[in-house]
Structure formats: C-alpha cells, structure tokens
Design a protein around this ligand. Sequence first.
Ligand code: ACO
Length: 324
Amino acid sequence: MFQRSVIQGCGAYLPARIVTNQDLAQRIDTSDEWIRERTGIVQRHIAAEGELTSDLALAAAQEALKDARVSADEIDLIVCATSTPDQTFPATATRVQALLGITKGAAFDVQAVCSGFVYALAVADNFLRCGQARNALVIGAETFSRILDWSDRGTCVLFGDGAGAVVLTASPEDGSASQRGILSTHLYSDGRYNDALYVDGGPSSTQTAGFLRMHGREVFRHAVVKMAEAIDAALDKTGLQPSDVDWLVPHQANIRIIEAMAKRLDLPRERVVVTVDRHANTSAASIPLALAEAKADGRLKQGDVVLLEAMGGGFTWGSAILRW
Ligand code: ACO
C-alpha cells in the first residue's frame, strides 16, 4: 500500500542570547534603519560559546517528539539539514541520534544550505513513501554565527542561529482528497552559481572552516525567480490554485523576497508566516522554526494547505506542499 508522510509534531529551539541591530551598530558601520529597510530583520539569536549545532538540534528534536507524542525509540530515520555541522564528520544527525538514545535505523546530514530543510523533508518523505522507514525526525539546525565574518557588514547582519524539527510519520494512503500529509516536493540546483554564495574554506581546500561570502544582489535576483519556479511546479503537480494555499511558510532570508513570493500567489500578509524580523536568516532552520511557531500559536489548522519554499547556496532551491 502507498504511504503518505504526515507531520505529527514540531519543535523549535533558539539560543538565549539576542543580538539586536543596535547591538551590531555599536560594533560595525551599520544602522538599525539600514538593516530593517533592506531585510526586515530586527534581531537574531546567537549560540553561546560551546553551544553546538547538535545541542540546538537535540532541543528542537525533543520538543518535536513531545509534540508528536512519539517516543525516541519509534524513530527509525534522522535527517539533519545543516551547513554548520559540529565536525566535518561524523554527521550531526548521528550525534543527535546518540543523545536521544536511538540505536536503530539511519541518521545522516543533508547539506543544501538555506534549502536544506526542504531537501531533508523530500528525502525523508521518499523513505517513508517507499516503506523504508516509518517515523522520521527531520531537523534543520545551524550555527551560522560561527562562519560569519563579523567585520563584513554586508553579510554578518543577515544571519542568526537556531534549530527546528518535525516528526514525519508514514500513514497509508486512503484515497481521500482531504487526507493529511505531504502532497509534493520539488528540488532543484544549479552549480554554475557556486560563487554567488559560498564559504571560503573547507577540509579539502583550506583545512579551515572558512567564512561566508555572498554577492547579495545576485542572490536576491535569482531567489525571486527560482522560488517562483518551484512554487509553480508544486501547484502544477498537485492541481492546486494559488487561491487554495492557506499558508505560505517560506525560507526566512529577507522580507522583500518573502513579500515578492506572497504577491505572486496573491496571498495577504496575514497568510504568510514571518519570523525573519526576530530570527534573521537561520538557513536550514528557518522553515521548521516558522512551522513550529505557527503550529504552537494555532494558526495552522488541520486540512490547511501549506506551501514551503526555499533557496540557498549552490544554488539550490525547492518547494513542498502539504495538507496540514
Ligand atoms: N549596513 C550599512 N550599509 C551596508 C550594509 C550594512 N549592514 N551592508 C552593505 N551596506 C552598503 C554597501 O556597502 C553599499 O554601499 P556603497 O553603495 O557605498 O558601496 C550599499 O549598502 C548597498 O549595498 P548592496 O549590497 O548593493 O545592498 P542591497 O540593496 O543589495 O542589499 C542585501 C543587500 C540586503 C544583502 C540584499 O542584496 C539581499 O537581501 N540579498 C539577498 C541575500 C540573501 O538573502 N542571502 C541569504 C542567503 S540566500 C537565501 O537565503 C535566499
């Protein structure tokens, strides 16, 4: 029997320390006004010294398990989307697996930068649909603060740390139009744009972790076009109209990109889940953090059509549509 992947629970974790735009303006040549106007960002959370990506991931995963009422020993797949792993290897997902006391199934990381959560969700969805796993933890966790050049005002103001997680459970297809679960996923990449957004280090090249480098304008231009393409593919595949979408839960990079996507769907602002003002860009963590917030405050209701979209370094981009 065909299976459908259903999000049973969500979890989130944000480090305690908040850094405001004003705080940054005391350290570098920037202003609250510049950051707000260009990006919509007001503040970001920054991990404490010694607080690792796996610590953030674990906290979000534990909350997701609790919310889903699924115990750790029922999990047989962990996919962690991150570009800031604790170590080059082993995968951060295996660290989370050990900390949760799980000794069965598979755990691995997916690296697609800001599109990482959509990629990880698609991977887990495919495992579940073909019967290779029953209960997956899909995590997006990042400590981008560790790969930022804090003297580069063009990039360091844009990012924050955090983690979000969902529990995805296989459920037999019942053939009804109202059945909950993931309806489609679409993933894309185009490596010709590696140089638009990258980290200038790595184990094979410099033997250092390196720092994030970005051509912001080029990223902006491609983000709008490419995410629109991923949204169109999702609507085409599912036969849904833009007016069927109840919630847009986009990757949170920049309020202007988010607004452009909402406009394209003709979705009013109150139907778009926005966290970029408080979280900044948390890369692979941004979508599960936004999902967790919208679930916790009751915005997402059973049966709602939820559209996820993201774009990031690579370039990578993608979308997912689900019935909540
Ligand atoms: N504070 C003050 N001034 C700044 C800052 C800052 N933090 N950063 C750059 N500036 C200055 C620049 O030096 C430049 O000054 P100059 O004209 O004297 O040389 C001026 O502001 C304009 O710089 P631009 O980079 O052209 O500014 P732009 O309007 O393009 O905004 C931004 C930059 C916000 C990064 C924008 O390009 C953007 O949002 N791009 C998308 C990038 C993104 O979201 N990346 C995230 C990862 S990918 C993803 O998640 C989709």
